[in-house]
Design a protein around this ligand. Structure first.
Ligand SMILES: [Zn+2]
Length: 349
């Protein structure tokens, strides 16, 4: 991938190129993105750029043998680690300790067709769907082994860790060791949308680079063309607010039951969506429409709610949603989680 193919964050491209030129690029970068916001695209473009045989002033050449292999994601010095779980496609022995390598063809295909995929889209693509992925200690051992080898042909061995926050403690400690004493000629590119879930010691070992979230217009130009306004999530959010405003508890049942039936990752995505949706209503209620960046589908509902929701609601709602998010993360019974959330919203409305 070349920098010129990346959508958005133009300034960041120039900054990274300047860092490489001035030899100021650290051996470990933490790219902080919004879920599906292009952190992986930047990791791929940077890895290709530092290994390009004929780099230009602002981008890799795209035609040298190294670029050729990087563009297909098959360069022998390019390694990936990402969260996985057991899946029906794996053999019995593979199921015992699943690692990224078993899912590499699906990962490559996804990254090549749409490097702006979200965590959930990764899980769908590798066939683990409703399960939440994990980066295990076994994976961390493989990372160590891969990086102990001499670079096959590139200047840099590149290890891209997609969602390092999905490492369990043992894996995280192994990664930390590698970051503390990096094998020679290794570039670590960590892509995260939850930096707060990383070990502070890992965060402090990395040069953090924050990506600006894509605007709706930029998002529409990505391969997935996915709008941050998800129709299914919007419908649940809307119905739940309507039911809450009517103050009839029984009307909230279908919504929280629907939420309880989604997989964990989707539940998490919905909570984040709901936070964003409420933020938009809040902004419109204060006359800050341009900041709300409403899609045509959101226009009517968001404006309607903005006039009906009282100002004291928002803070209580965000607290309730944060509570639901952490409950989803710690495997609390989803029926309890979402019944409780919908009651809290109703009371606050
Ligand atoms: Zn090149």
């Amino acid at each position: 991938m070349r920098f010129s193919e990346i959508i958005g964050n133009e300034l960041l491209k120039q900054q990274l190129v300047r860092m490489v030129a001035a030899n100021r690029l650290g051996h470990a970068l933490l790219l902080v993105e919004e879920n599906g916001g292009g952190g992986l695209a930047f990791a791929l473009a940077l890895a290709q750029f530092v290994n390009c045989r004929e780099p230009g002033e602002t981008d890799s050449c795209g035609v040298c043998p190294s670029c050729h292999k990087y563009q297909k994601l098959i360069h022998p010095d390019l390694h990936f680690a990402f969260p996985v779980s057991s899946s029906a496609q794996l053999s019995e022995s593979e199921k015992k300790s699943p690692v990224s390598d078993y899912f590499l063809p699906a990962f490559r295909e996804l990254a090549l067709t749409n490097p702006y995929f979200t965590e959930q889209e990764l899980y769908d693509a590798i066939g683990i769907e409703n399960k939440s992925g994990l980066i295990s200690a076994g994976e961390a051992r493989r990372i160590f082994e891969k990086l102990s080898l001499r670079a096959a042909e590139g200047q840099w061995k590149t290890m891209i860790v997609y969602l390092p926050e999905k490492m369990n403690l043992e894996a995280a400690n192994k990664l930390l060791k590698l970051l503390e004493e990096p094998p020679q000629g290794t570039l670590f590119l960590l892509v995260t949308h939850q930096p707060e879930r990383l070990l502070p010691t890992i965060r402090s070992r990395c040069q953090a680079i924050a990506l600006k979230p894509l605007s709706r217009e930029e998002r529409s130009r990505t391969a997935g063309g996915r709008d941050t306004d998800n129709a299914e999530y919007r419908e649940i959010a809307k119905s739940l607010l309507e039911a809450g405003l009517s103050k009839r508890i029984i009307d909230t049942f279908p919504q929280w039951e629907m939420l309880a039936d989604l997989g964990r990752e989707k539940q998490r995505e919905w909570c984040l969506y709901m936070e964003q949706y409420l933020r938009k209503i809040f902004l419109v209620a204060r006359g800050l429409d341009t900041l709300a960046d409403l899609s045509p589908q959101e226009e009517e509902t968001v404006r309607g709610f903005a006039t009906r929701i009282k100002p004291t609601f928002y803070e209580k709602a965000f607290t309730a949603l944060d509570g639901a998010l952490s409950a989803v993360g710690s495997n609390v019974n989803p029926k309890l989680t979402f019944c409780d959330l919908s009651n809290r919203l109703l009371l606050a409305l």
